[in-house]
Design a protein around this ligand. Structure first.
Ligand SMILES: [Zn+2]
Length: 299
């Protein structure tokens, strides 16, 4: 892919627009997104170009709307963009700070269920450094959240070095269809592309009928995402890695934490954390003040 390791200290945007088309994961509606260059300090902003007045929806945790199994954003004016997490992960993974995403329907294309097609489109368009420095937030005190049962949690703890890592343990219990698995990654664009970006959405066969009865994903087959049968085999598809599920959970985590609006330095330790807990952590990261964390310029 010709991506070279560099140590970036400036904000980045795309060099020119990148186009991606497809169907949304949950609703199956045909949709086109155009990732456009944006000024320093813009952050990631969606624009619903199919709606009157082309309303914008900032990709920020304050705009997260509660939804099952995906990340949905809604502006105060009611403009909605659904299933943003895999595109958000691609942008965060490649360290794109500023991007205006024009979208002509309600839901981001599912592509192949991973972030890789978004990454390829972004890299084909090219990245440009901007004159404004990227600010990184070094977490100075551990911050953690968990579910009521204590089975799921996510914590961000201070990093020994100036790096950000994610350690994730996926563990649905000894009887689970998907075996427990762990993965750890240091968040650099190179590691994201190599180890995380191609990991696809997965679902259990048993869950599909319930989701389809709710009207979601009726257009999907086993070729569109990873479906685990009750015996642990994969339906009509092959895993890209044996531990593809845990890598995808990290991908979701990267996309969701990017909604904090800050580039943080710290070690993320998570167990079974899903979108809901990720959003709580993103909110926590977005509200840490300078007493709890140190604002620093990117080295
Ligand atoms: Zn996902």
């Amino acid at each position: 892919m010709g991506f070279q390791e560099t140590h970036r200290s400036q904000q980045q945007t795309l060099s020119r627009p990148a186009l991606i088309a497809g169907q949304g994961l949950f609703h199956g509606i045909d949709v086109k997104v155009r990732l456009c260059p944006a000024d320093p300090g813009t952050g990631i902003v969606f624009r619903r170009v199919d709606l009157k007045d082309r309303p914008q929806v900032a990709a920020h945790v304050d705009n997260v709307k509660s939804a099952a199994r995906r990340t949905v954003l809604a502006s105060r004016s009611g403009a909605i963009v659904e299933t943003v997490e895999h595109l958000m992960a691609a942008l965060a993974g490649l360290q794109v700070d500023n991007c205006l995403i024009e979208i002509d329907s309600i839901e981001v294309p599912a592509v192949d269920g991973s972030s890789m097609p978004f990454c390829e489109a972004i890299l084909a368009a090219g990245l440009s450094q901007q004159l404004t420095p990227r600010m990184r937030l070094s977490v100075a005190e551990s911050q953690g959240v968990n579910d009521r049962a204590g089975e799921q949690w996510i914590e961000v703890i201070p990093a020994c070095h100036g790096n950000t890592t994610i350690d994730y343990r996926l563990d649905y219990g000894p009887e689970a269809v998907i075996a427990s698995q762990s993965f750890s990654v240091e968040l650099t664009p190179e590691a994201f592309l190599r180890d995380i970006a191609a990991a696809r959405t997965f679902v259990l066969q048993d869950e599909i009928s319930a989701l389809q009865q709710m009207g979601f994903g009726r257009h999907l087959t086993g070729r569109d995402l990873v479906v685990f049968d009750a015996d642990g085999s994969v339906v009509d598809n092959k895993l890209r890695w044996q531990d593809e599920p845990v890598r995808h959970k990290i991908l979701d985590c990267i996309g969701d934490l990017a909604l904090s609006g800050c580039v943080f330095v710290g070690r993320v330790v998570a167990r079974r954390s899903g979108h809901k807990l990720n959003h709580v952590m993103a909110k926590t990261l977005s509200t840490i003040d300078v007493c709890g964390a140190l604002l620093e310029r990117a080295a």
